[in-house]
Write a protein that binds this ligand. Sequence first.
Ligand code: F6P
Length: 321
Amino acid sequence: MKRIAVMTSGGDAPGMNAAIRAVVRAGMDRNVEVYGIRQAYAGLLAGDMELLTSREVSGILQRGGTILQTARNEEFKTPQGHKKALRRLNEHGIEGVVVVGGDGSLRGALQLHKLGVPVVGVPASIDNDIWGTDMSIGVDTALNTILDAIDRLRDTATSHNRAFLIEVMGRDCGYLALMGGILGGAEIVITPENGITMEEIAASLEDSYVRGKTHAIAMIAEGAPYPVTDLAKFLEQKHIGFEIRLTILGHTQRGGSPTAFDRLLATRLGVHAVNGLLEGENGSMVAQVGREQKFLPLVDCTSKTRAISTQYFELAKMLSR
Ligand code: F6P
């Protein structure tokens, strides 16, 4: 291969720029030109791509977001979109593609592979919901942002004898809520996986109040079985002792400079993806498994569900006394 391309797709994740940089510089090391496709699959269909030189990826390692931008696109999912994508890649002489993104983006990568384009995926999503990899790019940074928020909210909660409901992202996955809860010292964690009822939450927070706690933190995944606003109203009506306040962290979790962990993960996965692509890997995702990077079939990574270890749920409960 003499020319490959890289794109970032789906929700942005801190560390995507570090991955782009790694792909470009690993390509240069192997005498391969790396094109950057702007705005993911939308840019691919529009032919919006150009050569990335070493200078273009200089000074981006520490920046959140993605210099290539990202977008969600429906046309790529159609047969017409497939033809257009192949045409654009041929026009630009692109012989392989590295797709950096979450599960939807990796499904797109699998589609490209099925169309005959050599593809390697790199998992990047703050949700940590991608099967096969221990961690996805962006998770660690998002988690640190969440911990910073919990620490700040606990200060004010304690001053006022309040319970804070903190909603975090994660789509259908409770990883960020659960880890944020364990590492931020929450009293209770509500995720799509653990099925805790509003009654149980009220009882637990009331118990914390009665036992003399000056604050309580309830971590709620956005995919929880009920909207956090309904939960807040329910708890207010229950008069559990604490005043209730609600904070939705939202997209603050997606921004910010990547942590050392995310920079290293993105760098290693990016370099590995290029080396794999040049050595014949195709239709695979590069995963971090223990201390190693491994190639796993995209078909598995996009069809299997990543389960959170039940040990973490037990840990959260045991430590919240
Ligand atoms: O997948 C990443 C994520 O941040 C999810 O946690 C969240 O549900 C979703 O993206 C939000 O998407 P958008 O940026 O389109 O609002």
